[in-house]
Ligand binder design. Structure first.
Ligand code: MN
Length: 320
């Protein structure tokens, strides 16, 4: 999924902040004057960044600082650099860095290793078509870097540009006074922005958002939205887990829930439909398909919104 680099680093800053504070290490994060998106897996990128940050804090000098910066690397990549102000590494130590069981040349330290090591970090980076490297100056510090392919901002599929105008700019005329509510449960800010943009053009729809499954369930119970749009891959409670809770609750069981997922494998779609989703859409969001599914669900909600006993018909669309 394309994700905003600024958002990823902001999350990392929040997550690593306490650890830096505990050790009296300063943290410097870059500010972004451009929107940069990378192609990567959100959970893995955070694991990688947290590991590099955590090492930079751990192997620092008292009162030291960790500096994060980024730079474009060629036309298609962005490099994120994490520098410590520790002792630095010798060439021999650098040669050992990505070897199994290596702990940055401080094996005799009493520090407990935390999280994943550099070997796993390197594997994660390479799984996402990224690269990892390091430079170091003894006495000055060490700087690790990772590089990821730049993605274009999540946007409407190229092929659909010609039909967007009719699909989005001429929404169905809202029935007088009838404002319907859509709840979107999504942890990826980039996708959230795109859906907000699409829904903003629908005068008949109000958008509620939740950034994880638990909040989604809470919001669904309090606001009883007409339709729910559910990301599958959510931190903590998954989209499928949240759906199960909603289906088991008489107060929310009647609400059609559309899955929106990056898992485009037919088996995942089947599994999703078995779990009880009304429709299963795959990312990247295709505007026409998205608007169609939304309208079908809204119509269904209107006809069946008579009470919690109504059961949504499930259908599998495997044509795409
Ligand atoms: Mn997600």
């Amino acid at each position: 999924e394309p994700m905003s680099l600024a958002d990823v680093l902001l999350d990392c800053n929040v997550l690593i902040g306490p650890q830096a504070q505990n050790r009296g290490i300063g943290l410097v994060f870059p500010s972004f004057d451009e929107a940069l998106y990378i192609h990567a897996d959100l959970t893995r990128v955070k694991q990688v960044m947290i590991n590099l940050l955590s090492n930079a804090i751990k192997y620092n000098r008292p009162g030291g600082v960790v500096t994060v910066r980024y730079e474009r690397s060629g036309a298609h990549c962005v490099r994120i650099l994490v520098a410590d102000s520790g002792n630095g590494l010798t060439a021999a130590q650098i040669g050992q860095l990505f070897q199994p069981f290596n702990r940055l040349g401080q094996e005799d330290s009493t520090e407990e290793g935390t999280g994943i090591g550099l070997v796993v970090t390197k594997q994660l980076v390479e799984l996402m078509n990224g690269t990892i490297g390091v430079t170091s100056e003894p006495g000055i510090g060490t700087e690790f870097w990772v590089e990821f392919p730049i993605a274009s901002a999540p946007t409407l599929m190229e092929a659909e540009h010609s039909v967007i105008a009719s699909a989005v700019l001429t929404p169905p005329v809202a029935q007088a006074g009838k404002l319907r509510t859509l709840l979107y449960v999504e942890d990826n800010p980039a996708n959230m922005e795109l859906v907000e943009m699409l829904i903003a053009r629908r005068s008949d729809l109000k958008l509620l958002t939740a950034i994880n499954g638990h909040l989604g369930v809470v919001m669904a119970r309090s606001y009883k939205p007409d339709v729910i749009l559910m990301d599958i891959n959510l931190p903590g409670l998954s989209g499928i887990g949240a759906l199960k809770i909603l289906l088991n609750d008489p107060a929310t069981a009647h609400i059609p829930v559309i899955a929106l997922s990056a898992n485009a494998v037919p088996r995942d779609i089947e599994r999703g439909m078995e779990a009880g989703f009304f429709r299963y859409l795959t990312k990247p969001i295709k505007v026409v398909e998205f608007m169609d599914a939304l309208d079908v669900a809204l119509n269904f909600a209107e006809q069946n919104g008579l009470g919690p006993t109504a059961v949504a018909p499930r259908s599998v669309d495997t044509s795409k």
